[in-house]
Structures are given as C-alpha cells and as structure tokens.
Design a protein around this ligand. Sequence first.
Ligand code: HSE
Length: 440
Amino acid sequence: MKPIQVGLLGLGVVGGGTFTILNRNREEIARRAGREIKVTMAAVRESDLEAAVKKTGSGITLTTNPADVVGSPDVDIVAELMGGIHPARELVLQAIANGKHVVTANKALLALHGNEIFKAAHEKGVMVAFEAAVAGGIPIIKALREGLTANRIEWIAGIINGTSNFILTRMRDEGAGFADALKEAQALGYAESDPTFDIEGIDAAHKLTIMASIAFGIPMQFDRVYTEGISKLTAQDIAYAEEFGYRIKLLGITRRTPKGIELRVHPTLIPEKRLIANVDGVMNAVLVKADAAGQTLYYGAGAGAEPTGSSVIADLVDITRMATSDPGNRVPHLAFQPDQLRNDPILPVAEVETSYYLRMRALDRPGVLADITRILADLGISIEAMLQREPVAGEERVDVIMLTHRTIEKQIDQAIVKIEALDSIAGAITRIRLESLGTS
Ligand code: HSE
C-alpha cells in the first residue's frame, strides 16, 4: 500500500525527534500501522534551513513557507510541531479545510482554540490528534480517552510541568532558593528563556484544560482554570512541609464534585508516602481516580525530542489505521461524542474544598495562639496539626505553622484576613493547599 504522507510544520526539538524515530523504527512502525509512514515535506525557519538539509538528506521537500505544507497534495497528515498560537492556529484550520488530518503537540493552541479546531475537524470529517500536547512521552490521552472509557472519572492530579518539578526538587534536595534553582534549570536547558509559562503554572493549566475536557466531556475552558505558580515558594516552606511528612509539588487538579468541576493549578502539599510525591526532577506523572479502575498512575518524561516524538508517532499510527474508516465510527476527539459534550459548571476556586498549610510570624507571648485558633474555630475551620518554632535569639517573633482539615476556600480567605489584622502577627500569611490524594 502507498505510504501515508506526513508534512511537518517545524523541525526543531519535537519535529527532529519525530523524524529520527520514524527513520530508526520505520519497519516496525509500518508493521504496526499497516503501511509506511513517510515524511514528505517539512517547513522550517530560514535560519534552520541548513541544519534541516543536513538532518533530512535529499528525500524530503523543505520549505520556509508552512502554507506550502498545508496546501500540498503530497501531504495526508499535517504535524504541527511549531508551537505558539499564531500562525499555528491559522495553519491548523487551513489544513483541516484542505481535508488533511492534523497531529499537534501544541497544548496552548488546544487549550485556547481547541473548541474551534475540533468543531472544524468534525465538520470536515478529519482527525486532530494531540497525545504529545500533554505530558510528553506519557500516553495519558490514550489512557483517559480509551483505556479508561468504561469509567466515570472522579479526579485527576498531575505533575505536568517538568521545569517547575525540577526547581522544586532542587529546592528540597539542596535547600536552594527559587531564583538559584530556576537559574540551574535554565542553564540545563529545561526552562524557556522566558520561563513564565513554566513557573507560573500556565503551561500546566494548558495541559489540565485538555485532560479535564476528555475526562469529563466538557469544552476546553482554559480561562476558567485557577492558576498559581511556584515563584513565591520558599525553601523554608518546603522544609516545614517535610517536617509534617509532606512534599510540595505543582499539581494540576481537576475534580468532579456535586457543585461543579474543579480546575486548578497550584503548589500542593501531598503526603510523602504517595508514589506521586516521589516523582522528582523533570519527570511528569498523572494520577487518575476512576470509579471502576480505582487509582492509576502514569509516569514518564514530560518533554524532550524522542519522548514527545514517540507520542506524535503514536498519533500518526492511529490516524494511518483510521484514515479510511467512516468518521462516525472513530474514537471521538474529546472522548465523548461531539453532541454529548456538556457545559457542566466550573467551580470557582472560592468554593473549592481542600486542606491548608498556613505559615505566619507571630509574637511569642500568651494569648496569641488562642486569638488565632478562635478565628479559625469561629469560621468552622479545624486544625489538624501545628508547629511553633523556638524563637531565634534576638527575635521576638516565631514561625507558627498550621495544617487544617478540609474546609471551603472562602472560609480560609476570611480567616487569613482576620489573622493578618491581629497586632501579634507580622506580614502576610503563607497559604499552600494540601491534598491527601487518598483512595476516596
Ligand atoms: N515546558 C514544559 C515542561 C515542556 O517543563 O514540562 C513540555 O510541555
């Protein structure tokens, strides 16, 4: 059978990894897919042209105009591996309009414009596949959309940004400050030169948006994700958390509750005995709680040329197998049939119920703790554990750290305002959410 023809938009880290694996494993991939998968064209930046010629040899057409790929009759599948929103959005929509299937690794594009893209693909009867957009080499999309299809998914908690996980790991292992750990991540090439998306939780929020959509059958709603990054965390909080038996991780959490669906990314204390608490360095992991399967955990590289290329090729193989099938009988893009997506409400973070770590600087004198615990009690917040540091010589204030039982976020908001207003408390209270990630 004639090879299926792929056009790459971008031959950088992910495009390069995809090309390398396709060459190396050509025969084995063809045995799985039923026909050869061949890159016939690639669009690259002018400045990368020379390197691209060296990498690809003479077998493929290189162009600096991505519209050539999207419009070529020699391309069946367009693999968008360039990143960014523009011109990626326009190129993907044009590829769909031209009747081409699309594979994309672009989580920002899907989180922001996925609804438009999947609607266009559905109308045109083409596939848009996106395994590489979430957690690099981990087949989490396949697991959520197909492997767990029998289940009612209850919640997902994921370490889905390798850069921030690397920084948190260095802060814990070396006691490094945030700024130094970030510099190290940049020197190792993990963080982008503008690392905002990684450290402020935006990249994780993009990926969470996609996972929530396929887990619950809801439209992509990136603008509804509560997003808080790691840039304000201190090594001291990480050390205090350890004293209580917790690790701090940047988690993307989505949970189905009777009041609505939670969508949130923030630093989170998790019990150190959980497997996911021990996912360190740049690695990613996604923990899924489903009603029939129970908890399942998916671990692996969240970025990198070949891990991400592995996911791109999994999509190319899926599309190759399904290309001639009736569009109505394919696995739906978002796991649920397009007319079965529901606009279930998204829960505002003020309504989320979770536990909290609170750190404050308090005067070491009689009655101070009583004032604090009175405020918490009046708001119905129960304390689970408490630690008061011995005063350092010459300082009149001490660190007081409390862990609370589960409560509604707006109650904690009120408590923090009231405690901060006490004369005995100096400065702002540090609040970090805590999840037990147990079996319920
Ligand atoms: N910047 C991302 C991370 C890479 O650090 O995980 C893949 O999305």
